[in-house]
Design a protein. Structure first.
Length: 468
């Protein structure tokens, strides 16, 4: 503990805004100082965290995981892990980020043995940026294609369709699916969106449609982040709140459709016997860590922009010791234990709520096909977002409107996650090389976006689905 306090007091005392009123840094410290931004308002921090945690996995992963792991029974281990793992991990990372005022790359330097943790978090964030951006490119493509009253994936009368294509719109029973047939939605995904090649050793050229969409996705990301949290903190008022509006509209529409109960029963009906299985507990733990993102760097980075001057509880006072006395008389703000509780609660609640939208509309689709086997229509991951759900939405009156809302929601969810992951990368390098990059963070952010675009280039070739 003494080592941590000494490290903080000798290297980061000046991180507190206007800290010169309290402690005057030496000339050596002043030469390495980089003015660190702070959130304009605490609500921007909360919204940024919610946008980061409530990502695409809340829509396309959680509902399926819950369904195959006992339905309503899955909520028991999920809530347990959220309370006893999610909240403590969030609290720990919020404390570290706000206490040091630094990104993960520098915040672990109080112990040389842990330096690699910060760099590993930066590496994970870099890979996640590439992954999320190609998903956003797919979303943009579907979004633009949704502005048609007759959605292009609803029929088999298009140039990309094959002779084995069949349309769910023309079917009244699942048993009539041809053994070797491919749905029109699947063919749209494979032959129109991805333009897949025959095998992984045949790259087949660039998919220029996706190339343009990926350029647009990175351009939007940069424009939202070019001033760091000063710009993204204002954008999150829209990107973090809009998904809840879209999701609420989808849930209301879904639960009022005929047959919605079929899907909701599959989703929520508890199978208590599953609690005896080890699988349901591991799945719940994985989902909690997957959604909240501890050890990925985003939570530490976002909390590092909180004002250091805050209210300390007894636990933190014992941890920080005499450091607290250095800031006596400062304004007390932002009790981050409250934030560590809010984030898991909102994240878990959104995941459960999102499942209502997914399964109510899927249940309606099964009802129209005279079937009660919702599992035959369900996919997980990208398959749910880009195949199963567009197919289900296509069967609703005014399908184009609901499809536009759905993909707008997915885009904002992906964009919010990009904010934290990209900021983790840029702030990590800026904190590590303050004299070189500190005054040129906007240009460095542009460079990182271009570099990430280059790394993701393979994902816009016709072999992308195999490398993804």
């Amino acid at each position: 503990m003494n080592r941590i306090r000494d490290w903080f007091r000798t290297t980061h005392v000046w991180e507190c805004k206007k800290r010169s009123e309290i402690v005057s840094p030496t000339s050596t410290e002043r030469s390495d100082m980089v003015e660190r931004s702070e959130w304009d308002r605490p609500v921007q921090f909360i919204l940024s965290l919610v946008g980061y945690a409530v990502g695409l996995g809340s829509i396309w992963r959680f509902p399926y995981i819950a369904m195959v792991n006992g339905g309503g029974a899955f909520l028991v281990p999920y809530i347990i892990f959220m309370l006893f793992c999610g909240i403590p991990f969030c609290y720990m990372e919020f404390t570290l980020g706000q206490f040091t005022g630094l990104s993960p790359v520098k915040s672990f330097e109080f112990l040389p043995l842990l330096k690699g943790l910060g760099w590993s978090m930066l590496l994970v964030s870099g890979m996640l940026c590439v992954y999320y951006n190609i998903v956003m490119a797919w979303v943009i493509f579907y979004f633009t294609q949704s502005f048609q009253w007759n959605l292009p994936w609803k029929s088999c009368n298009n140039s990309w369709n094959t002779p084995t294509c069949f349309s769910y719109m023309q079917m009244t029973n699942l048993s009539s699916i041809r053994a070797n047939g491919t749905s029109s939605t699947m063919e749209f995904w494979n032959h129109r969106v991805l333009e897949v090649s025959a095998s992984i050793d045949q790259i087949g050229g660039v998919n220029w449609n996706l190339f343009g969409c990926m350029v647009a996705a990175w351009a939007i990301t940069f424009l939202c982040l070019f001033k760091g949290i000063k710009s993204s903190g204002k954008v999150v008022y829209v990107t973090a709140l809009a998904p809840y509006l879209f999701l609420t509209l989808l849930v209301i529409r879904g639960v009022t459709l005929p047959g919605a109960f079929i899907g909701l029963e599959f989703y929520l009906k508890p199978d208590w016997e599953q609690l005896k299985s080890f699988k349901i507990w591991t799945s719940a733990a994985v989902q909690v860590f997957y959604s909240l993102g501890p050890a990925w760097g985003g939570l530490i980075t976002m909390s590092s922009y909180n004002c250091y001057r805050r209210k300390f509880n007894r636990m933190e006072q014992r941890f920080m010791g005499a450091v607290v006395s250095d800031c006596e008389g400062v304004v007390k703000t932002n009790v981050h234990f409250r934030d560590a509780v809010i984030l898991p609660v909102v994240c878990g609640g959104t995941s459960i709520f999102g499942g209502l939208a997914v399964f109510s509309i899927t249940g309606h689709m099964a009802y129209q096909m005279n079937s009660e086997d919702v599992t035959a229509l369900m996919l997980t991951g990208p398959g749910l977002a880009f195949i199963a759900y567009p197919e289900a939405l296509g069967r609703i009156p005014g399908a184009a409107i609901w499809t536009v809302l759905f993909f707008a929601m997915l885009f904002t969810l992906g964009l919010d996650t990009q904010f934290a992951t990209l900021e983790t990368m840029t702030s990590g390098f800026v904190d590590r090389f303050p004299n070189t990059l500190g005054k040129h963070k906007t240009l460095f952010t542009l460079f990182v976006c271009c570099a990430q675009f280059g790394l993701g280039f393979i994902l816009v070739t016709r072999v992308s689905h195999k490398s993804f």
